[in-house]
Design a protein around this ligand. Structure first.
Ligand code: HEM
Length: 440
């Protein structure tokens, strides 16, 4: 069997299918040094151990964002070059809020956002998600062919989150373009020109969000923005029984939270939906079961989150000299947490590489992370994805790839597991009233 040391973790081949490399790493060295001061953490138990311990493993100052440089691997986090810094300076002041903060700041922001994305609040968005999914399906259903990534899986989360934010109809096209351009940079393999475009889009998006916040302060419209405006953050708990002190969020802080929700919540759902559909096409017996019984969709989604985790890796800084998995790690080192690898750990999941709809423990995957930074959008992601698949399977059938499944490829991206395209042929199902007429 090939050893973990024989792989280049950053080559296109490994990233297209990292699973043999992952297995070798988990078996040989669950904590593996890959560069000076950079360590991969790959077993399920060690990943959880790191994620719950925010005292020794920090997310602050952008630790979570890995600076992927293609074949050259992971570069240390750097300040943007002057031309990009100049563009970014035209937007709101960046603030450390959720993904980029440690407790106690993290806890304060997090408790505010938890309420806005609770199961009850997410359930209220369900009718909008149904409308969005159906309107997208209407645009391609009569063609019998579609690239589901371009026309469906990418657009569902983008549009649902725009509705949750209260983006006005006449700004929707701008909003979509800015959001899509702003997240491109996360792939890490983009050119300098694309980074400039992405920085400009992120400034335009942030300035637009700041305007939305200012307008909502004068003319409240409900929804996520108003929640954040009305939120009061606990500053000091008065343990002697006196008054606790609170303060509201300023516009830069609200924009930072909104930006994180957009960036973390948009492409991830796209990748989950496209991977789920690919897994079903690769396993036609499961596809047939799910088409007949939509009640299986939540189990399919959990299994896709485990097997093809949309976020494959994320970073942490080490705050003190310590030992992890028997390996000495110095203060200041960076850890790369490989969620997608831990989720295939045979010590945690039986037949871990098999796509199964009968697992009782599938939800124990770390596809949404674990501990204090556990995905705050998990309820929303599950709802949007379930509705998207329910509507798709309610309206189309006989899904077939237009080419060879083996030809489908993933983005050259160390952080996300992202299918480039999913071109399919399908048959339109008769509408329920046409079905009834045919039966008469
Ligand atoms: C399938 C879709 C999604 C996946 C796989 C996913 C995955 C994750 C993971 C792994 C983390 C933990 C990061 C860490 O440990 O540092 C996380 C955090 C986060 N996610 Fe998601 N996510 C998804 C959808 C969403 C959605 C829909 C939203 C919001 C609209 C969202 C917003 C966030 C935010 C703000 C954080 C940071 C939470 C914190 O630091 O407290 N995510 N997500």
């Amino acid at each position: 069997m090939t050893s973990a040391q024989d792989y280049n973790p950053f080559s296109k081949e490994t990233i297209e299918c990292p699973y043999d490399f992952y297995a070798a790493m988990r078996n040989e060295s669950p904590v593996m040094q890959v560069a000076d001061g950079v360590f991969f953490v790959s077993s399920y138990d060690l990943i959880r151990q790191v994620l719950v311990d925010t005292k020794r493993f920090s997310s602050s100052n952008g630790a979570a964002f890995l600076n992927f440089q293609g074949e050259q691997g992971l570069a240390p986090p750097t300040m943007p070059p002057p031309d990009i810094a100049n563009i970014l300076a035209q937007g709101p002041r960046p603030r450390n809020t959720l993904l980029t903060a440690d407790p106690p700041e993290h806890t304060r922001y997090r408790s505010l956002v938890n309420r806005s994305l609770s199961p009850r609040r997410v359930a209220k968005l369900e009718p909008a998600a149904i409308r969005v999914a159906d309107a997208l399906i209407d645009t391609f259903i009569d063609r019998g062919e579609v690239d589901l990534v371009e026309e469906f899986t990418q657009m569902v989360p983008l549009t649902v989150v725009a509705i949750a934010l209260g983006v006005p109809e006449d700004q929707l096209e701008n909003y979509k373009r800015w959001s899509m351009d702003a997240v491109k940079v996360l792939a890490g393999t983009v050119s300098h020109e694309e980074r400039i475009e992405s920085a400009q889009a992120s400034v335009d998006l942030s300035n637009f969000l700041a305007q939305q916040v200012e307008q909502a302060r004068k003319n409240p419209q409900g929804g996520l923005v108003e929640d954040l405006i009305n939120a009061h953050m606990l500053l000091d708990e008065d343990v002697d029984g006196g008054q606790d002190s609170y303060r509201g969020l300023d516009t830069d802080e609200i924009v930072s939270v909104l930006n994180q929700l957009l960036i973390a919540g948009q492409e991830t759902v796209n990748y989950l939906l496209s991977s789920t559909l690919l897994l079903l096409l690769q396993n036609p017996e499961h596809l047939a079961r799910v088409e007949k019984d939509h009640g299986l969709i939540p189990a399919v989604l959990e299994e896709a989150l485990r097997l093809e985790s949309p976020i494959q890796s994320i970073g942490r800084f080490v705050l003190e000299d310590l030992e992890l998995g028997g390996i000495a790690i110095p203060k200041g080192a960076r850890l790369v947490i490989l969620y997608g690898c831990g989720n295939r750990d045979e010590n945690r999941f039986e037949d871990a590489a098999t796509f199964s709809l009968n697992r009782t423990d599938a939800r124990n995957h770390v596809g949404f992370g674990a501990g204090p930074h556990y995905c705050v959008g998990a309820n929303l992601a599950r709802m949007e994805s379930r509705i998207a698949l329910e509507r798709l399977f309610a309206r189309i059938t006989n899904l077939q790839p237009t080419g060879e499944l083996q030809q489908l490829s993933h983005q050259y991206n160390f952080i996300f597991r992202a299918l480039n395209a999913l071109p399919l042929r399908f048959d339109k199902k008769p509408a329920p009233d046409e079905e009834q007429e045919a039966a008469l």
